[in-house]
Design a binder for this molecule. Structure first.
Ligand code: GLC
Ligand code: CA
Length: 527
């Protein structure tokens, strides 16, 4: 069974990512919340996705947009209450939408009760054993690890010890060698499974286990804090918990690993169900490179019997309309976000439309990051004073951070905040008046109409969703494949139009198509 409504729903699901703070505001304070999501569930049902993934909704000082969790068993008052979350889960289920929530097992907030207890208890205490506290080397931190948000990965506390944080200093890393941490997270999984969630997206899934000798890292060394063998045992125990619940409850890993076959090892039958495919996300706009990354992905996943999960954007990366509209390099890396490189939005939009049809046509599951269905782009000119991402401050402004892809969604109306509360927490550009969900909903040529049509067809056509793909060679700049029964995909990356091959019907196209397919255009054919 491959239908996204059937038992193996996760093998082909289209999953919509809700970044709560920026999705919809229910109480008018300018910050997205659960009431806002509940009021907008119909947008998601009409869009035609199968599931929603909510980024962290737990109590948090919001140093890292909620990825700094102070209590894993409650809801932040900014977002609502536990009772509202339960109501939201039920209302989503009534509409046939499954619910995945974020779990953040690598670290917590410095306001978590366990970190407060560790600070109070002092060096050598069992409370400190839940984290990585170490003496320094003289005045220097215990080793040379760098925080992924910039600066040292260590912060010193008043009694002289240092604690490890791979992210901001307000996100202390848990010590997963301590059995108490394992028991705690197993209990947190049950807490939410008991409340009806259909799965978890696991934050920093490759990072929980550290080499306890905490060695310095030099370029070329194997990482002492990513992809360590001990992780597999953790996920095997999580899988047993997921499998002990009725229905198919799923575990999705967030892993940015350089080697896809290493990532696939986490998708063996008794470990995680799926993991985001980030090689696809970072792929530059080039037919050969896309064909290569798609082939490698499918091969690596086939070896372990897992479905691929395709992603174009999320809350951590530059929105793909902007990436694909950059002159020159359209790839993405955290180290070089190409911030400020000129962008041709018309070009980026044309390509984003083609990329959407590609993603929807590939075997496996796929993700839609809120706002991508409206064709939103990265907002690069946010005033520094309004930037909230700790990346901006920790790099001394060298990296603008991720606020530009987190600007609140425009829902309706002709001026900001476009029905997002009374003033959105980050400023929206006034040209978004043509990009509101309301404006696009009635415009057949909009990005929203394209996503709706693509998702509907994907549900209806037996060739799409889970299954196989066969490549077709139609020349260098053309990406083409067939899927059975009777489906053909074409994307023209080349500089000139390409004649359409024989077909019975044009099912859907990302732009105008006649008997040939123009540059940066994709088409779905009934063959
Ligand atoms: C993941 C999240 C990111 C967060 C980081 C630390 O990469 O996607 O938003 O900042 O983990 O929790
Ligand atoms: Ca609000």
């Amino acid at each position: 069974m491959t239908s996204a409504q059937g038992p193996a729903w996760w093998r082909s699901a289209a999953i919509y990512q809700v970044y709560i703070r920026s999705f919809a505001d229910g109480n008018g304070d300018g910050i997205g919340d659960l009431a806002g999501v509940r009021a907008r569930l119909d947008h998601l049902a009409e869009l035609g996705v199968d599931a929603i993934w909510f980024t962290p909704w737990y109590p948090s000082p919001m140093d890292d947009g909620g990825y700094d969790v102070a209590d894993f068993r409650d809801i932040d008052p900014l977002f609502g209450t536990l009772a509202e979350a339960e109501a939201l889960i039920a209302e989503a289920h009534e509409r046939g939408l499954r619910v995945i929530i974020d779990i953040v097992p690598n670290h917590c907030s410095d306001e978590h009760r366990w970190f407060a207890a560790a600070l109070a208890a002092g060096p050598g205490s069992p409370e400190r054993q839940r984290f990585w506290f170490r003496p320094g080397r003289g005045d220097e931190p215990p080793n040379n690890w760098r925080s992924r948000f910039g600066g040292s990965a260590w912060t010193q506390v008043p009694d002289g010890e240092w604690y490890l944080h791979l992210y901001s200093s307000r996100q202390p890393d848990f010590n997963w060698d301590n059995p108490e941490i394992r028991t705690e997270f197993e209990d947190v999984l049950r807490f939410w499974f008991d409340r009806g969630v259909d799965g978890f997206r696991i934050d920093v899934a490759d990072g929980l286990v550290k080499d306890p000798s905490l060695p310095d890292v030099e370029p070329g060394d194997e990482s002492p804090f990513s992809d360590l063998e001990g992780l597999h045992e953790i996920y095997r125990s999580w899988r047993k918990i997921a499998d002990s619940y009725p229905g198919e409850r799923v575990l999705v890993g967030e892993m940015w690993l350089p080697d896809m076959s290493r990532a696939a090892r986490y998708l063996r039958q008794d470990e995680l169900h799926s993991a985001f495919n980030f090689d696809f996300l970072v792929c530059p706009w080039d037919a050969g490179k896309f064909r290569d990354v798609i082939s490698r992905t499918l091969r690596a996943h086939d070896e372990v019997g897992a479905p691929a999960a395709w992603v174009l954007s999320n809350h951590d990366v530059t929105r793909h309309v902007t990436r694909y509209g950059r002159s020159g390099d359209t790839g993405f890396s955290f180290a070089d976000r190409l911030h400020g490189t000129p962008v041709d939005l018309a070009l980026g939009t044309r390509r984003a439309r083609a990329a959407a049809l590609l993603t929807l046509a590939l075997p496996g599951g796929m993700y839609v990051y809120q706002g991508e269905e409206l064709g939103l782009w990265e907002i690069e000119d946010i005033p520094d004073a309004l930037r909230e991402d700790p990346v901006f401050a920790r790099t001394g402004g060298a990296d603008p951070g991720r606020d530009g892809c987190r600007v609140p969604l425009p829902w309706s109306g002709s001026a900001p905040p476009f029905d997002f509360g009374s003033s959105a927490w980050l400023p929206q550009p006034s040209v978004w008046s043509s990009y509101t969900a309301a404006a696009e909903g009635t415009d057949p040529s909009s990005m929203l109409s394209l996503y709706r049509a693509g998702l509907r067809l994907r549900e209806k056509l037996p060739a799409l969703g889970a299954g196989e793909l066969s490549w077709v060679s139609l020349g260098d700049g053309v990406l083409a494949f067939t899927r059975e029964p009777g489906f053909m995909f074409l994307l023209n990356f080349s500089a000139s139009p390409v004649p359409l091959p024989p077909h019975r019907e044009i099912l859907l196209a990302s732009g105008p198509v006649t008997d040939s397919i123009p540059t940066d255009t994709a088409v779905w054919l009934r063959s």
